[in-house]
Design a binder for this molecule. Structure first.
Ligand code: C5P
Length: 312
């Protein structure tokens, strides 16, 4: 390890996200889709430490079960790209060691890569004392990926455009989730491309709504899990079910465990089951663990704040 002695690192933790509503509009000229994308940060965290080093290095730790082995250890890692982009913006060499402790399933539709990029941006911003404001960090984040601005913000928010133009949603109440991850991940780009092809062959698709449903915004404010469950929506379901037919069956287990609602998170393949209380989440965890194996099941709550510093 090439940490420069005397200068300590900065550690932050970054939460995963679940998508409460994902409406997908037509393909744009720039290769992205316009979205109405409601994100919520949930209490599954990756931890990222940046420390001064002689050159940019990436180390990754974590369970192989969540796909850690697939995370790049070179400059193509999104956290390394984040450091490079911040270094270029502030005119310094990107000489840090980035150490990533993974807990968010890799390529799971929970924005683990975007979480690591957002975490690396915030940690390096702190380490280098760049003085850039939240807005500029958000702009740099948007260059790294459509979900990165939300990962910087946290809480519950709706993303417009390709998902990067955010409006926070009021939602003071805590919701309880059970997630079932898949054995192998899905590529975000591939899911969107497959969605585009089926939309084109069906002669277009429904128009993008102006925003989240009013039922969703009411449920968030009132902490009404049953109502929120009924409002969960993902336009990518048909595409994801075509790519992974077993997920349709998995989501159907939501009825067996009396989930308030069940949805594929983002481009999947992680399935999210909304509980009606913390106790109910525990009951669902036990049932789903029996069916899928406990190593695939995660319990979390949301909304939680975005990136937070972990004290040394
Ligand atoms: O923004 P990000 O790099 O995470 O997106 C990965 C890929 O997902 C894009 O290259 C694009 O193919 C697809 N995508 C999309 N529409 C969006 C967001 C992502 O088609 N709004």
């Amino acid at each position: 390890m090439s940490t420069v002695t005397g200068v300590t690192g900065v550690t932050v933790r970054a939460p995963a996200k679940v998508n409460l509503q994902l409406f997908v509009g037509p393909l744009r000229d720039d290769g992205y889709h316009d979205l109405v994308n409601v994100f919520q940060s949930v209490s599954v965290y990756d931890e990222v430490t940046v420390s001064p080093a002689e050159r940019l290095r990436v180390t990754v730790h974590g369970d192989d079960g969540i796909g850690t082995r697939a995370v790049p250890r070179d400059r193509t890692n999104l956290a390394a790209e984040a450091v490079a982009i911040l270094a270029a913006r502030t005119g310094r060499p990107p000489n840090v060691e980035i150490s990533i402790r993974k807990r968010i399933p890799v390529a799971g539709g929970m924005a683990g890569g975007s979480a690591d990029a957002a975490a690396a941006l915030v940690a390096c911003d702190e380490l280098w004392q760049t003085g850039l404001g939240d807005r500029e960090l958000g702009d740099l984040g948007a260059r790294l990926g459509s979900d990165v601005p939300f990962m910087l913000m946290g809480g519950t928010a709706v993303g417009y455009g390709r998902g990067e133009l955010l409006e926070p949603l009021a939602g003071p109440e805590r919701f309880h989730w059970v997630f079932v991850r898949a054995e192998t991940g899905l590529s975000t780009a591939e899911v969107y491309q497959a969605h585009s092809r089926s939309r084109a062959s069906a002669g277009g698709g429904a128009a993008l709504p102006p925003g989240p449903t009013t039922g969703l915004t009411h449920a968030l404010v009132r902490g009404d899990a049953r109502r929120l469950g009924a409002e969960l929506k993902n336009d990518l379901h048909p595409t994801v079910f075509k790519l992974r037919p077993e997920l349709e069956h998995l989501l159907g287990l939501g009825q067996e465990v009396a989930a308030a609602g069940a949805v594929v998170s983002g481009t999947g393949p992680t399935c999210a089951f909304l509980a009606s209380s913390e106790e109910h989440a525990d009951i669902m965890r036990r049932h789903l663990s029996q069916i899928t194996g406990s190593e695939r099941v995660l319990v979390a709550h949301g909304p939680v704040p975005g990136i937070e510093r972990v004290p040394p």
